[in-house]
Write a protein that binds this ligand. Sequence first.
Ligand code: GDP
Ligand code: IMO
Ligand code: MG
Length: 428
Amino acid sequence: MRQKFLSGLPKNLAILGAQWGDEGKGKIVDALADHFDLICRSTGGANAGHTICTDGKKYIFHLLPSGLLHPNTIAVIGNGTVIDLPGFLGEIQALESQDLEVRSRVQIAYQAHIVFEYHKQIDEAMEARRTHKIGTTCRGIGPCYNDKIVRIGVRCEDLLDEENLEFKLRRNARFHEQEFDIKIDIEAEIERTKALIPLIKPMLCDARYLLLDAIKAGKKVMFEGAQAHHLDIDHGTYPFVTSSSVSCGGIVTGLGIPAKNIQYTIAIAKAYTTRVGEGWFATELLETLGEKIREQGHEYGATTGRPRRCGWFDAVVVKNTVDINGVDSLNLTKLDVLTGIGELKIATEYRLGGKPLTNVPCTPKAQEQLEVVYETFPGWDEDLSGVRRFEDLPKNAQTYVKAIEQYTGCKVSSIGVGADREDLIFIT
Ligand code: GDP
Ligand code: IMO
Ligand code: MG
């Protein structure tokens, strides 16, 4: 079934998060990766945490693409990403300590920005000052993108000119110490960074032409999304979002490829909803049921270990992702987690002042006033982990999946029934 599914796909595939992150993107990327030549990350940094379980082992990827477990894939870290160099090299070393050659397979865009310790200090300082906290991962992501946008950022290409690198770091430290009232040990930062240059330099390249040439040569390319549409800086539940464009548009700008090269898009949606960090979440279950889903689904953050907030599947949220990104099909994950939950609900519509809303609102007034319309479905008690064909799912589970297709307006092309690489149903 997997082979049939893969043979029906065009050469270039995008994988996107459909909700608020942690939908299981890493698992599907890994499950399909051996079919692809290059796996690319276009945005975000070590705020992402993608878990892969295979052969009794568990791997967590932060900035490295999750397809790297397959020894023939090449990883591209695009210009739209932000790289914490010590953390990044640590990720590479962790994989290499498990006898996997990684270094020679990683290519980093010259234009990718570097996250320094002072970005993490600023992230914490800003979070402490906020009345309405965002609940960031404190990985320095927002402050690094901030430097990029105000045009004082340090990019990977700056590692090739140490004099200029030192100048920029000292200048930025002075600027940030004043602005955020923090003390930055910039000399230690300079030393640390310079020591890493020989390790990073061999991986730097013009990633745009690397990709363009690969695409022209007929190579198969996967664009691995991080975060999710509703965490997107423009399209998400602003301001409770991350600081980059994590939707389809971010793939184009974050890698420098023509938009037409995204030939097929799969959005990854959990069979329920989770969110980690603050921000609006209409279908959140605050009581026992939410806790039950959290425990059954092991819903604790892969990056920060924070408990994830859990709630019903929200078809309005996912439909929004489908519509805005032109999603071709959904990979529905963690259907197995809903076993034994009892009756299930899907949010099918939002209403404000009696009228249906097409969008997920960001203003507090609309969020408070809107009514969420639910449809209730009977649950199931069967263990789904061994199921490999849609027809073998319990009838109630089939009805639940069909309802998700109906309300999101998008077909479900694969279903996750367990954490392992093999625990997938492909629908061809
Ligand atoms: P990502 O950030 O989207 O890659 O997702 P995370 O890795 O942060 O979180 C998803 C979690 O669910 C991981 O622990 C996965 O191993 C696990 N997972 C993925 N798909 C399934 C599934 O279908 N069933 C179960 N039970 N677990 C899954
Ligand atoms: P993956 O790729 C879930 C959330 C944070 C916070 C907000 C801003 O694993 O799905 P940031 O540190 O980016 O400034 O935090 O975004 N967030 C994620 N939530 N999964 C992620 O990535 C996330 N990356 C960022 O919790 O609410
Ligand atoms: Mg995650």
